[in-house]
Design a protein around this ligand. Structure first.
Ligand SMILES: C[S@@+](CC[C@H](N)C(=O)[O-])C[C@H]1O[C@@H](n2cnc3c(N)ncnc32)[C@H](O)[C@@H]1O
Length: 275
């Protein structure tokens, strides 16, 4: 459909390149436009807005995901200049702000995997929870309590709204601030399961993850790993975890979550810790 929409504006090769870098989140389209097409970006935006009937805005991603809050700069190309929208995933509703708080539709399979692993009755600490995607999906699916921590005030506010619209008040608890500080002050040895989805800085926060996790609890340790061969990425991330962890750990599983660059992967290692 998109190729058809753009056939008068781009060559076949140009539209192939563009479509692989296209996300639609609710009624917002976000494009990563290669430099070679930069002169046509407004025309592309207007064409897409006309053709995609469910879209209200088209933005161009003007920076990588960056900074402490893991946010990106967006420039309006066509339509309404608002970055808040509603997004639905596996029966949950979310208000997202695609510019001011981290959000990725590309993690939905991982969110479902984690929700399936949680057992009824668990206490979960989601250290870098953003707007609460993992937390809310887990609490919708299982009878668990989730502490949803994030340092970005916009993300924590949206998380509170999302807790309310999904009727999970008291089951998901949003706390704004640095995860290590909140854990040290309020959540030591509280959680059966800890998620640490800030892959760039997992090593720095591993001690805090261990602090909040009970003896025999589980940590989902995310990281970014270089691997010449894709099939080596899992093993390399397990080895890396075992090298840096200060506690006895049993590896339960590991997997590639997604590719994040050439020969560069986001991985997760699930471990049971003894302390
Ligand atoms: C990669 S995002 C993950 C968000 C969420 N888990 C998701 O999948 O939508 C990482 C999040 O960590 C938050 N963050 C960064 N440093 C933090 C810290 N020291 N304590 C708590 N949250 C932090 C950022 O604001 C961002 O929302």
């Amino acid at each position: 459909m998109l190729k058809k929409a753009l056939e008068n504006v781009l060559t076949v090769e140009e539209s192939d390149e563009l479509i692989s870098a296209f996300d639609q989140i609710g009624d917002i389209i976000i494009l990563r436009i290669p430099d070679s097409l930069s002169s046509k970006k407004r025309l592309i935006g207007e064409t897409l807005l006309n053709e995609v009937k469910t879209a209200r805005s088209v933005f161009y991603q003007a920076s990588a995901v960056e900074g402490d809050f893991r946010t990106r700069d967006l420039e309006i190309l066509a339509g309404k200049d608002t970055t808040e929208t509603e997004y639905k995933e596996f029966g949950c509703k979310f208000i997202v702000d695609v510019k001011n708080a981290f959000f990725s539709p590309r993690l939905s399979t991982e969110r479902e995997r984690i929700a399936n692993l949680i057992q009824d009755g668990e206490i979960v600490t989601n250290m870098f929870a953003g707007i609460g995607m993992f937390s809310i999906m887990a609490a919708k699916k299982k009878k668990c309590t989730v502490y949803s921590l994030d340092i970005n005030p916009v993300a924590s506010k949206l998380c509170e709204k999302n807790i309310a619209i999904n009727k999970l008040v008291g089951k998901v608890i949003s706390r704004n601030g640095d995860a290590s500080k909140i854990i040290n002050e309020q959540l030591v040895n509280e959680s059966d399961r800890t998620l640490m989805l800030l892959p760039e800085r997992s090593d720095e926060f591993l001690e805090s993850a261990i602090n909040t996790t009970k003896n025999n609890g589980i940590i989902h340790y995310y990281s970014h790993i270089h691997a010449d061969k894709k099939q080596d990425a899992r093993k390399l991330s397990e080895e890396h975890y075992l090298q840096i962890t200060p506690v006895k750990s049993e590896i339960l599983n590991s997997k590639i979550v997604r590719a994040v660059g050439p020969r560069y992967y986001q991985t997760v290692v699930d471990v049971r810790i003894s302390k």
